[in-house]
Design a protein around this ligand. Structure first.
Ligand code: SAM
Length: 317
């Protein structure tokens, strides 16, 4: 498997408070001086690109709450080896930001939206900002940040009734709606009674809209499986991190907002790149560490046991 994808959490701060994402609540934020600076992120991406990274995703936290994110976008898009520069956002601030991001060289966005119904959107995210997120989707399509992908996490007893309305977006709009299986991120939520396997979500969609037709995976599909709905503009995707072992097709590394690289969401060990950068390490030394990380990634297999608690807002979802 080629390791060619780096996901970067640019901040652990977020403007939403999604119930399943934020086990630390409003505490435990990383001190600003511990967050990687833009020049540090740029240097790391340049070196990762030397070792085969071709796809970069900016995520968080919420990447659009970090100041001058378009500036970082422009710096990263100038690295010739990076062929695909994407962002995962909740979309709330996207209407305003999308034109600048497009101009800065961002290729595309994934927008997380777990409900198209105001009350349950508020129940999940803690804020009444559905209209803003929808405007963000429209703007992303309008400025050509394509393909626009919608990410949704479905939780038992909370937004199961949103499976059909969310899948319906792929019938009306030129978007890919992807269902991401919920995974618990701390000991309190294990094993996750809210968890619904994607097989159930697929059955629900097929019962309503008819059979899903399998699409040939694109070059950068990673572990996602894509399907077409009859008479639809868009597509449906499933990312089944809990119910299927997709280590063999996982091509991604994660850089946390405080500068650690995790070969896998579940790996116990992370590599402190910030310490290296700030201790004055030269490029050769950093490249040696990158080689070790990629070596470990190739050999990693998920055990399904959680070795430590982790926070998606720091690691980057
Ligand atoms: N703020 C941005 C957003 O909302 O897309 C980027 C960060 S968020 C952590 C990225 C993605 O991770 C979102 O699509 C979110 O639904 C997903 N996510 C967060 N916690 C999760 C969990 N426990 N299980 C499954 N997906 C999760």
């Amino acid at each position: 498997m080629t390791v060619d994808y780096l996901r970067i959490s640019v901040t652990d701060r977020c403007n939403l408070r999604c119930v399943y994402c934020n086990p630390l609540g409003d505490s435990g934020f990383i001190a600003p001086r511990e967050i990687l600076r833009y020049e540090e992120i740029h240097r790391l991406v340049r070196l990762f690109a030397d070792r085969g990274i071709r796809k970069v995703r900016l995520t968080g936290g919420e990447p659009l709450v970090r100041k001058d994110i378009a500036h970082l976008t422009a710096r990263l898009s100038s690295i010739a080896a990076i062929e695909d520069l994407a962002m995962t956002t909740n979309g709330v601030l996207l209407e305003k930001a999308a034109p600048d991001l497009k101009a800065a060289g961002l290729d595309r966005v994934n927008i997380s939206i777990d409900s198209v119904e105001k009350e349950s959107y508020k129940q999940i995210t803690g804020l009444d900002l559905l209209d803003e997120a929808v405007k963000g989707i429209d703007k992303a399509i309008a400025v050509g940040l394509k393909p626009v992908k919608i990410n949704a996490v479905i939780l038992r007893g909370i937004n199961e009734n949103q499976i059909i309305p969310l899948a319906g977006l792929a019938r009306r709009l030129d978007v890919m709606v992807r269902f991401i299986e919920y995974f618990p991120t701390d000991r309190n939520t294990r094993p996750g009674s809210e968890y619904i396997p994607n097989s159930h979500i697929r059955k629900t969609i097929e019962n309503r809209f008819g059979p899903l037709m399998s699409l040939v995976p694109g070059k950068s599909a990673g572990p996602a499986l894509y399907f077409k709905l009859a008479q639809s503009e868009g597509a449906i995707g499933f990312i089944s991190g809990r119910s299927s072992m997709f280590c063999a097709s996982c091509n991604r590394l994660r850089l946390t907002s405080d500068g650690r690289v995790r070969p896998c969401l579940y790996s116990a060990h992370s590599y402190d790149m910030k310490k290296l950068l700030r201790s004055g390490a030269d490029d050769t030394r950093i490249l040696e560490t990158i080689d070790r990380i990629i070596g470990q990634k190739r050999n990693f297999t998920k055990t399904n046991s959680f070795t430590e608690e982790f926070s998606m807002r720091n690691i980057g979802g």
